[in-house]
Design a protein around this ligand. Structure first.
Ligand code: BDR
Ligand code: CA
Length: 324
């Protein structure tokens, strides 16, 4: 089995991606590390606990990580998936959630788990990259001990979703995205904003997905009810660029690629860099296809997805709890 650590800012698409990993027979999750992003890091921790509980996988350790970016006062979390990150539909909160979070900090846990399982861990990063950047600062050998890293974030055509040129996860902490893409010299796979949008699914598929008869599907149906209705309408009226052209479960694209590489049918291998300056391009990912940066390390920027296989992974993930 592939050993996996999931780093997440658990919004609705993160929840879907986590469920995908929980359902995959070839994946063993060592832990879930939390970071701010879609909502506060405390809400993220609670959201992850809830997802694990719906899938009856409470034994997986959850770690609290960074509450804000490396530099600056920090951007305020979006309310893209509601203020709680899961569509603002869950009324009862677990009063004991803090006791269920591990005492160890997410960054320490990442370093420890990867050191204990050298060259075996796949790290899947679904939120701002703050925890990953801190890990390489605390342990400069951290990236070379990883098997690989999959990142949902950045762009490949200079299109942003929160700003003109920057995608949300990179825009929330550009310095961390920069550090990771300069210093993680392990095999790196990037599922950008445009990759997700280019491989969008249909609204009919979303209905089929969440109408399956299982607890995970019912949970997804509940948390997506408001959010995707808004998204669908926003897309029709072109009111909000943060949503893709159709049903786009952003983080699931990075997760699917890690679970089954054959889901990716085309990618570009080239060096990349995150822009840290500028008034409109801060946080943008630049692809260096003509080797102007003279970097020796390249990453795989995913471009085409087998949407039939991808859809099957999504469907399977909502038939939980499943026997492992
Ligand atoms: C990314 O931003 C977050 O809102 C999503 O969870 C995803 O990780 C998409 O730009
Ligand atoms: Ca996310």
């Amino acid at each position: 089995k592939k050993l996996m650590i999931i780093d997440t800012d658990c919004g609705i698409d993160d929840a879907q991606a986590i469920m995908m990993a929980l359902a995959a027979p070839n994946i063993h999750i060592l832990g879930v590390t939390c970071v701010f992003g879609n909502t506060t890091v405390d809400n993220v921790c609670q959201n992850v606990l809830r997802v694990l509980s719906v899938c009856e996988r409470n034994g997986i350790p959850v770690f609290r990580g960074s509450a804000g970016p490396l530099v600056g006062a920090g951007n305020s979390p979006t309310d893209h998936f509601g203020s709680d990150g899961l569509g603002d539909v869950i009324k009862e909160k677990d009063p004991c959630w803090e006791e269920k979070i591990q005492k160890e900090h997410a960054v320490s846990a990442m370093i420890r788990l990867v050191s204990e399982n050298q060259n075996q861990v796949s790290l899947v990063a679904l939120g701002p990259l703050t925890n990953l950047a801190l890990a390489v600062r605390l342990d400069p050998h951290f990236p070379q001990k990883l098997r690989e890293v999959y990142i949902m974030g950045g762009n490949m055509e200079g299109k942003g979703n929160v700003t003109l040129c920057a995608e949300f996860n990179f825009a929330m902490d550009p310095e961390s995205a920069y550090i990771v893409l300069e210093e993680f010299l392990c095999p790196t796979y990037l599922a950008s904003w445009e990759y997700a949008c280019r491989n969008a699914l249909t609204w009919e598929f979303l209905e089929e997905l969440v109408n399956q008869d299982a607890p995970a599907a019912r949970f997804m149906r509940m948390i997506t009810s408001k959010c995707w209705a808004y998204s669908r309408e926003a897309m029709m009226t072109k009111r909000d660029v943060h949503f893709g052209p159709g049903f786009v479960s952003y983080d699931s694209y990075a997760m699917a690629a890690c679970i089954d590489r054959s889901v990716v049918t085309e990618s570009i291998e080239c060096p990349v860099r995150v822009e840290l300056q500028g008034s409109i391009a801060r946080g943008m990912l630049a692809l260096d296809r003509t080797n102007q940066l003279k970097k020796s390390h390249s990453v795989f920027v995913l471009t085409k997805c087998d949407t039939a296989k991808f859809s099957e992974l999504l469907k399977e993930s909502l038939r939980q709890p499943c026997k492992k």
